[in-house]
Design a protein around this ligand. Sequence first.
Ligand SMILES: [Zn+2]
Length: 337
Amino acid sequence: MHMMRMRHGKMGGVTDASCRTLFSIFFTTCQTPQFQAIVNNCFSKKMTMDAPPSKIRKLDCSSVTKLEVHPILDPALTCETIASTSFQALNLVNKQVIGQIIGGLNELPESFQHLKRVGKDGSVLISETEESAKQIIIGLKNDDVRIEDLKTVLVPSKKPSTRRQFEVSKLLWSTAFHPNHDVEKLLDGSFLTDSLREYVIRYTQRVIEMGDGCIAVQSNSVLSSGCPSTHPLGHPVMEMVRNLQKRTGSDYLGTGSDVFLVNEPCAMCSMALVHFRIKRLFYVRNSKNGVLKDDGWQLHLEPSINHHYEVFRVNIHDESGSNLDNVDSNSLCTLAK
Ligand SMILES: [Zn+2]
């Protein structure tokens, strides 16, 4: 392998390994009924009054001059380079025996199933190592096949995940590719249709008007909303969950909903949204304790959690500029508690 990807660095002087351990304990804890009972119990004994919303300038939706909706994707999807590895290929002089030779070979190993057996120049993949390739050639007992015709080629070591990666991969070796159309739309920006644009502007404006707010939208209507309180767990997301009127008896109260937030949520709020079973999260501003941003923890992509939601950062301006200048930046999610 010729490429490595760094995803998690040090967080506040704590090492990656200890962070991972702490967070895996946190994930497990957050998803237990006991944790949910503790949270519910805390909220049922509401001890403090809600903080008044911050005063902010109202954004004129009709004069939005700039709306960027940036999907926060797995770096494995946004990466435009590919990892490669060496492989032994046979450069056949007599191309007419290619079919016969392939018929005498075992299938490629599982991890190389994305590679086509025959390259653009007509050479045939034999084996990863030179030694085993020589043994295979000897075993074929074919006069058209000679050990001296073996050569080392570079091949993509992983199946491409995106069309861009496929374009780069096939420059090295013929590669199979099955595009994921939803991912391609996120990458090329075509996911942002006119109706989604209008939808994002409408609810982003509403959540900004609330100050450091949170709104959950289900089937195009508001399911619940919340603003921070001075309760120890009174973060915007937790208050939104507490304010939910329509309790169905199911644990998964917000299945398929979209959540709008001003500030990128902390680990507790992000995990609450996992438990809430949301579909998409739109937030406006990165925050210090946020765990979703591009070069941060990206908790929503953690393989160990049992539900995943899409995350988008919204950048919105009208003719007067950004309307976030007056929003209180001391969000509960942005402060270490
Ligand atoms: Zn929070």
